[in-house]
Ligand binder design. Structure first.
Ligand code: IPE
Ligand code: IPE
Ligand code: MG
Length: 243
């Protein structure tokens, strides 16, 4: 299937798409494989979705890779997830850079193993001037933590007289979030059937369209993504207004 086989209006493309890549473990279990096998195949889909995002001219893509709650998982699984991320960056950085992708991280890098953190920091620095696509990797990310961190920094800036509390409005508050200068997601997709946010972008998703699909992340191909964009384009976004 080619892009022209879909009913996609190139003038109504979402600027920012956020994805909760869920269901790797269940996908693998169904095939009598270890959970980590699902994570490995999941990385392939990341590659496909970035290609699709490039074709559609979507400017911001946020991928939920690891939540602040995912540390509760067995350390073997956490280790594999971290290693997969480092390998992905090592292997894909040339191609990402060629596609003019800027890599950013939403979340706290302090708890990320040193080797992995170094790979991430290298990728961030190398791609910092790229301006075709912003790829946000939500890593050790939790929305509640993000909001608490914002409040702490606001209080600090107020006491240093860098910020006048009277001037704190939505626009100003936004600057204290990891997504700072980025537009809010127009569309949030969660794969694998769960219909919850799991601490993902609580503030930024206030007016986003949500699509929940039964498809597990390792099966979420370009075809599934294009179909999600078609669905999105049929939604009527009112933002509180009428019509
Ligand atoms: C998503 O798949 C990947 C991460 C959370 C890192 P899961 O590992 O959550 O897979 P399920 O939901 O258990 O099937
Ligand atoms: C959310 O998925 C986090 C990521 C996809 C990285 P989880 O699988 O961790 O969420 P819950 O536990 O089902 O809510
Ligand atoms: Mg899950």
């Amino acid at each position: 299937m080619d892009l022209k086989d879909y009913n996609i209006d190139m003038k109504k493309i979402p600027k920012h798409v956020a994805i909760i890549m869920d269901g790797n473990g269940r996908w693998a279990k169904k095939r009598l494989m270890p959970r980590t096998a699902g994570h490995k195949v999941g990385v392939e889909r990341v590659r496909d979705i970035i290609k699709a995002v490039d074709k559609l001219n979507i400017k911001y893509l946020t991928l939920y890779a690891f939540s602040t709650e995912n540390w509760k998982r067995p350390s073997d699984e956490v280790g594999v997830l971290m290693q997969l991320l480092a390998n992905y960056l090592k292997k894909e950085i040339d191609e990402l850079d060629r596609k003019n992708v800027r890599i950013r991280v939403l979340g706290e890098l302090d708890r990320i193993p040193k080797k992995v953190r170094e790979e991430i920091e290298k990728a961030i620095i190398r791609t910092k001037d790229n301006d075709n696509i912003v790829l946000n990797i939500a890593l050790n990310y939790g929305s509640r933590l993000e909001i608490i961190r914002a409040v702490k920094n606001i209080v600090e800036d107020c006491s240093n007289e860098k910020l006048d509390i009277e001037r704190l409005d939505e626009e100003k508050f936004k600057e204290y979030l990891y997504t700072e200068d980025q537009p809010d997601p127009d569309l949030m997709i969660r794969t694998s059937g769960e219909q919850r946010l799991s601490n993902f972008l609580l503030y930024q998703l206030a007016y986003s369209e949500f699509i929940f699909t039964e498809t597990a992340w390792p099966d979420f191909t370009e075809d599934e993504f294009f179909k999600a964009i078609e669905l999105y384009q049929n939604r009527n976004r009112r933002f509180g207004d009428i019509k």
